[in-house]
Design a protein. Structure first.
Length: 163
């Protein structure tokens, strides 16, 4: 299965979370793509991911990359959507960061102590989308929860790729 990672505003395509998660998925034989959005506007992120993503991909996004992944998943017919502290309901984003629930399997991970994007935003979206939400004892970066996040993502992609 092809998995596309989208980093956050201050992140990079080879940041800590993406590297750890990519290693786990690559070891299982999945194709991994990590998009580089540095120095682009959020609107340009949307254009770039729309060019890279294909129907049937699993889109994985962190923070701003979560918003972009969710928006493109709705357009491209993604196989699944895995979001980490997604920047949903941000007034300075396209659509004010408000997305309708997407009809693809979705899981969200968010830290209770996130001081960048309130966990309540993910709770609000998960309630509308009726998707899985994992709240963890962590902050916005989610580094303390990487082992659990890796396990959840591997399980998620495995379920999606099993006929």
């Amino acid at each position: 299965m092809r998995v596309i990672f989208s980093h956050g505003l201050k992140g990079s395509p080879d940041g800590f979370k993406i590297t750890k998660l990519s290693e786990a998925l690559t070891a299982l034989g999945h194709e991994v793509v990590s998009v580089d959005y540095r120095e682009l506007s959020i609107r340009e992120w949307l254009i770039k991911l729309a060019e890279v993503a294909r129907e049937g991909d699993v889109l994985v996004g962190s923070s701003a990359g979560g918003f972009v992944s969710a928006e493109i998943a709705s357009r491209k017919g993604a196989a699944g959507l895995f979001l980490m502290a997604p920047a949903l309901y941000k007034g300075n984003y396209p659509l004010d960061g408000c997305l309708p629930p997407i009809n693809v399997p979705t899981e969200i991970v968010h830290g209770w102590h996130d001081d960048v994007i309130p966990f309540a935003n993910s709770l609000r979206y998960a309630n509308k989308a009726a998707c899985s939400l994992h709240l963890v004892d962590d902050d916005h970066r989610l580094h303390e929860s990487i082992d659990r996040i890796t396990s959840w993502l591997v399980d998620f992609v495995t379920r999606l790729s099993t006929p």
